[in-house]
Each structure stands twice: as C-alpha cells, then as structure tokens.
Design a protein around this ligand. Structure first.
Ligand code: URA
Ligand code: URA
Length: 199
C-alpha cells in the first residue's frame, strides 16, 4: 500500500508477534482460566486507525477474534459507513480474555491487561484511536470520564488523537444513539483522510 510502506516503523517487525506470544502465556488475572481463547486483536499491523473495545464476548471467545458477534457486525457497518474495511484498521480490546457471563472487567483485570494494549498501540503506532464505549475511554483517556459527555470530542494522547464514542452494544440496546456515533465517525473519517493526504 502506497502511503503505508513509507512510514517509519521504529519497532521491529516481530514485536507484535512477540507481544502476542507473551499474552498467550499470561496469568496476571484469573480470566484466562474461564475463557476458551485469548482475543489478542487483528487487522493491519501498520494501521493508522486503532479501535478499542471492552473485552471479548461469547462469540469472540469461541473464535479468538475481536468483534465477530452482533456488536461486531454493527461495527463492520459503522466502518463501511466511513469507507473503511476491517483489513485496513486494527481492532482490539482493553482486556484480552472474556469475563464470564459478559460482566464488566474488574478494575484489577483492567489494570493487569492494560499494559498489553498500551504496547500494542506503541507497536502499531496509529495516529487515531477510537475508544468504543466507557471502559476503553476510562482506560485510555480519563478514569473519571463519562462517555455521554466526552464522546464526539477529540482527545490527545501524546501525539495521537483519540475519539471516544459509544460502544456498538450500546447502539443495539438504544438505536437512538446511532446518529451520534455516525457524527463521531464522520469526524474520524475527515481526520483519517487528511492524514492519508499528507503522508
Ligand atoms: N464487545 C467488545 O467490547 N469487544 C469485542 O471484541 C466484542 C464485543
Ligand atoms: N453507556 C454507553 O452508552 N456505552 C458504554 O459503553 C457505556 C455506557
């Protein structure tokens, strides 16, 4: 891909593979014991856009892939709406193992797993991160953030831009939120396009 190949990649080619290997051996919390597969993440390892969810659900746990259930199908449509495919972005979660019964990950589980997400972000080095929902926004932007207040407003993390928006599961529960997510993702599309023009 034209723009991609000219990007400087400070990290070695194998660092994402090495990180995935480390995660595969992880026992920092008890979630691995009750889960089937680790869901490390997938997509372009040089993606400019990195989407962060909460944690694997039942389908993801079965497949070992992020966002493959109902929320994932909606996420695919959201990406299509801004002319992006799953293949050109990177998708992962705050926690890599499924919390039993789809409960929220605990603070301790987030603390244990978050360093992996942060290293993933460093290695992939995206310019834009989309935080899907409250948990990802609190983990990466502000532990006291309210998604209803912060969504749609660009945040900064070092040199990266972060867009918090609602989680696709929230849209399945409350379709009236879709309009706001379209608006947020249109902002993402505009910045994504402008990055591609200058690089
Ligand atoms: N919800 C998430 O937060 N992540 C997934 O991978 C799937 C559903
Ligand atoms: N409320 C939402 O709408 N989405 C979340 O992810 C959390 C709370």
């Amino acid at each position: 891909m034209d723009g991609h190949s000219s990007r400087l990649q400070p990290a070695g080619d194998n660092s994402l593979v090495e990180l995935a290997r480390e995660v595969s051996l992880c026992r920092r919390c008890s979630l691995r014991e009750s889960s089937t597969h680790i869901v490390f993440g997938e997509g372009d390892d040089k993606a400019r856009l990195f989407l962060v969810g909460e944690g694997p659900g039942a389908e993801e746990d079965k497949m070992g892939r992020p966002f493959v259930g109902r929320a994932g199908q909606l996420l695919n449509r959201i990406l299509q709406a801004i002319n992006l495919s799953r293949e050109e972005v990177y998708i992962s979660n705050v926690v890599k193992c499924r919390p039993p019964g789809n409960r929220l990950p605990t603070g301790g589980e987030v603390e244990a797993c978050l360093p992996y997400l942060k290293r993933q972000i460093e290695i992939i080095n995206p310019q834009i991160i989309v935080c899907l929902g409250s948990l990802a926004t609190r983990a990466l932007v502000d532990p006291k953030a309210y998604i209803t207040k912060l969504r749609g407003q660009w945040q900064k993390m070092g040199t990266r831009y972060i867009m918090p928006t609602f989680h696709p599961s929230a849209l399945l529960r409350d379709p009236s939120k879709k309009k706001l997510v379209w608006q947020d993702m249109q902002k993402v599309e505009a910045v994504y396009k402008s990055l591609n023009q200058v690089m």
